[in-house]
Design a protein around this ligand. Sequence first.
Ligand SMILES: C[S@@+](CC[C@H](N)C(=O)[O-])C[C@H]1O[C@@H](n2cnc3c(N)ncnc32)[C@H](O)[C@@H]1O
Length: 275
Amino acid sequence: MEALLEISENELDDFIQLSDKLYGIDFSGYALESLRRRVLRLMQLKSCDSFTAFKYYLANQQLSDEELLNEISVNTTEMFRDFEVFKFLKDEVFSVLETYPRINIWHAGCSTGQEPLSLAILLKEHGLLRRTVQYCTDINSEVLAQAKKGIYELKEMKDYSANYIRSGGAMSLSDYYVANYGKAKMNRELGKNMVFTKHNLINGTSFNQMHMIMCRNVFIYLTTAQQNKVLRLFIDSLVPRGYLILGVKESAVFSTVLNELEIVNGKLKIYRKKR
Ligand SMILES: C[S@@+](CC[C@H](N)C(=O)[O-])C[C@H]1O[C@@H](n2cnc3c(N)ncnc32)[C@H](O)[C@@H]1O
């Protein structure tokens, strides 16, 4: 029977230092349990049966920077993920956003782009797309390259379409893409005002004058200290009364910046910067 792979706290520490030194990737802000699972998965994938073997593998730089980042960070996403959030934005937040002549939205940790595209569809249906700029950032340039293309598996569209309808979409999702050889290519118009930039939330600079920031399902991989740092960055990037949306399983309630935020919807993790 095959022995179960395990790594100790010290070995995990070694991994963090090696990735920083050899690949220039700093995983020190990542929540340890999630990091341990991903490292074990990567060891298995590369047929390393001990941490010593894996260290040797890493030291010989048999992985590219991007591959290491891709394997360790989780990029799972979908269109209209947690549709209640999109429905709330459409029903309660768009009427505030439309008071601005130009709307700036930052998608932090946008992965392969399904989230900004979902929002673009709803913004278009409310006549707001043309005056909105969506800044889409991620630490991983491979997912950003996919986001720029806006091409997804056609078979995923069935689930996305059900989410779109539940979000209160006014058309049919198929109006927004062209199907070809098992792929769905999203309409170019949706991505016209999207800017894609590689950006690390842990040591990156703030953005200016954002009316809304969506950063969903990224905090679960960060330690509490790093989450506080990133929340500070978000508050500095928002206009007064700007919106911050975290993942439904995440929270700003225990953060050091809570007094600077108002809770708009506690269940959906929608916050608003105080004046
Ligand atoms: C699970 S995906 C979430 C995608 C999307 N926001 C959603 O909720 O569907 C997490 C994304 O966060 C990115 N990420 C992880 N750590 C990051 C960091 N320090 N700075 C920027 N992006 C990061 C990952 O590369 C990944 O694409």
